[in-house]
Ligand binder design. Structure first.
Ligand code: IMP
Ligand code: MG
Length: 178
């Protein structure tokens, strides 16, 4: 898999250090609370499993699955819920856990959808963000890294369901996806 990468962008140690920081911040912000972490499948599972173990307040977890990309590297903006949340989030503090924000269209949809359930609070935590690619104004509360507008894989992120199990984040060679 590594031969398909242009370079490794974030190695394991770098990612873990950043996640510890995020976890500390969340633990402080949610003191005496029990936030529900809503993980967006499938890309954010690796991030969720590392992040939740750096948070010192009790948390609950749930999962949501959305389809938007197919095997393409371009966001269609067309979003469909494949799996909804199972827990009741009315009056609960909710944090959406996402792997990466590209156009922001997916998260915008999820945010508005969850907001309709009347949570006490709703925030967004993403490991990666591509600010240049945003097509919509979105408030991101916790961001691991802002990255250039390039297609990245690994640490949960895929191209056509491949590369998710790479322990680091790498930039995929253009010839692989064009
Ligand atoms: P958006 O709706 O354009 O913000 O797309 C967000 C979703 O597209 C993310 O949750 C990822 O699943 C996927 N995505 C966006 N950029 C990348 C990337 O560079 N690598 C892998 N997946 C990506
Ligand atoms: Mg995703």
């Amino acid at each position: 898999m590594e031969k398909d990468l242009k370079k490794i962008l974030l190695d394991e140690k770098t990612i873990q250090k950043k996640i510890e920081k995020l976890g500390k911040q969340i633990s402080q912000d949610y003191k005496d609370k029990t936030p529900i972490l809503v993980c967006i499948l499938r890309g954010a599972v690796v991030f969720l499993s590392d992040l939740m173990r750096t948070i010192s307040v009790p948390v609950k977890i749930d999962f949501m699955s959305i389809s938007s990309y197919g095997n393409s590297t371009q966001s269609s903006g067309v979003v469909k819920i494949r799996k909804d949340i199972d827990v009741d989030i009315v009056n609960q503090d909710v944090i959406i856990v996402e792997d990466i924000v590209d156009t922001g269209l997916t998260l915008d949809y999820i945010f508005k959808y969850l907001q309709k359930h009347n949570p006490a609070s709703l925030k967004i935590c993403t490991l990666l963000d591509k600010p240049e690619a945003h097509k919509i104004d979105l408030k991101l509360d916790y961001v691991g890294y802002e990255i250039e507008n390039e297609f990245v894989v690994g640490y949960g992120l895929d191209f056509a369901e491949k590369y998710r199990n790479l322990p680091y984040v790498g930039i995929l060679k253009k010839e692989i996806y064009t």
